[in-house]
Design a protein around this ligand. Structure first.
Ligand SMILES: Nc1ncnc2c1ncn2[C@@H]1O[C@H](COP(=O)(O)OP(=O)(O)O)[C@@H](O)[C@H]1O
Ligand SMILES: N[C@@H](CCC(=O)OP(=O)(O)O)C(=O)O
Length: 369
């Protein structure tokens, strides 16, 4: 039987724990629990933050306020980060592997498949993959930007059963507990919606990136891909073991009953959109109620510039995103054929072309109207 795969994301807040550099006793403890999990038959993938913090501690003068400096610090600290993990796992004779990814590696279908194969091969050989963003080469265009979203992408790549986001809070509260002592823990989330997003603030510590907002984005993606996500406090004793037994105060995002499959998971996780299609009510209903492909007839207008094959968001007339998918036409072609019947498209464009704008196999639904 194939063993279950657990992706554990460790935020800077967990790995530094109030210190200016890596908190090694904390890392020892986390490795012990990961090994325990492996001995129970699970496969473990780590998404480890902490490179910037580790790099910062190695320079004599404080720095890291600009993007350039952060990239430099990540380049300095990543070596120490992976060395520390490697040293700790080697105490148990478990090899580790470093994978540094950017959005471009996941966005490009062929690179995505290569990363997936490498990850699978590592797990097959009982190695613990330790993943971080390749900050040193990440430009604004290709960065994921935070390891919460990266960990959701990794969970999809690894075909994981569970995603654990370990941080410095026990879960998602009704308000940032650093500012509101009356904030209450939300134990279970069925669906991430705008009301919930409004509760999630940015990072509380000055070390972390994204705070709860990016954790919700990650949980939303994972839920839709059929992966249960748990936010929990990394400093709590035996936290990994407790989360596996559903025995820790935490926030659990339950997986959707009908998750997206195969290639659609890639669509869900990776590509950034180049533009958007605004569609009418009839088209919204056809997409959501009947699972239909999107036809030119339902398109009111487009936003942004995109080529054939680019990823676009699909919005209703109120600007609400309802789907995303790979578009068969460029924005300039759509300006000609929007509102047309499918049979008129080839005549209008004067060339052979698809009869649908977004095929249902190349599209994931994100919201209901
Ligand atoms: N509604 C909320 N519930 C819990 N924490 C929140 C909330 N809104 C904002 N936060 C902040 O998110 C922080 C955790 O995110 P972050 O600093 O990015 O940590 P990490 O390094 O673990 O990713 C918490 O310290 C907390 O202050
Ligand atoms: N890639 C960066 C971490 C970025 C990040 O998302 O940090 P965090 O919010 O602490 O998980 C690093 O290694 O320092």
């Amino acid at each position: 039987m194939k063993s279950e795969i657990v992706v554990i994301k460790l935020g800077t807040s967990v790995l530094t724990a109030g210190e200016k550099t890596l908190n090694k006793p904390r890392m020892v403890e986390l490795v012990r629990q990961c090994v325990q999990l492996k001995r129970q038959g699970y496969q473990v993938v780590l998404v480890s933050s902490g490179a910037v913090a580790a790099g910062r501690a190695q320079l004599p003068k404080p720095c890291g306020s600009s993007l350039k400096e952060k990239q430099m610090l990540a380049a300095i600290g990543q070596g120490q980060l992976i060395y520390t993990w490697q040293t700790l796992f080697s105490l148990y004779n478990i090899p580790v592997a470093q994978m540094l990814l950017t959005r471009a590696d996941v966005e490009h279908r062929a690179r995505y498949l290569t990363a997936r194969d490498t990850l699978n091969e590592l797990l097959h050989h009982n190695v613990v993959p330790i993943i971080n963003e390749n900050d040193a080469v990440s430009t604004r265009e290709i960065t994921v930007g935070d390891n919460d979203n990266l960990s959701a992408m990794v969970a999809i790549l690894a075909n994981a059963n569970k995603l654990m986001l370990l941080t410095d809070q026990v879960g998602l509260f009704t308000a940032d507990p650093r500012n509101d002592p009356d904030a209450k823990l939300i134990a279970e989330v069925r669906k991430v919606d705008d009301k919930l997003r409004a509760l999630a603030g940015g990072g509380g510590s000055n070390q972390g990136t994204g705070g709860m907002a990016t954790k919700l984005q990650a949980a939303d993606i994972a839920q839709r891909a059929g992966i249960e996500t748990v936010i929990a406090k990394g400093s709590e004793v035996d936290i990994i073991t407790k989360v596996m037994k559903n025995d820790a105060p935490s926030t659990t995002f339950v997986r959707f009953d009908a998750p997206v499959e195969g290639r659609k998971k890639w669509l869900l996780s990776a590509p950034k959109s180049s533009g958007a299609l605004i569609i009418d009510l009839g088209a919204c209903e056809a997409l959501i109620d009947s699972g239909a492909s999107l036809l030119a007839k339902g398109i009111i207008s487009t936003q942004g510039e995109f080529k054939r094959g680019d990823l676009v968001m699909v919005k209703n007339q109120h600007g609400h995103v309802i789907a995303k998918g790979l578009c068969s036409f460029s924005d300039s072609e759509l300006s000609i054929i929007k509102g047309c019947h499918s049979s008129e498209i080839e005549d209008e464009l004067g060339c052979k072309s698809s009869h649908v704008v977004l095929h249902r196999d190349d599209m994931v639904l994100l919201e209901c109207i």
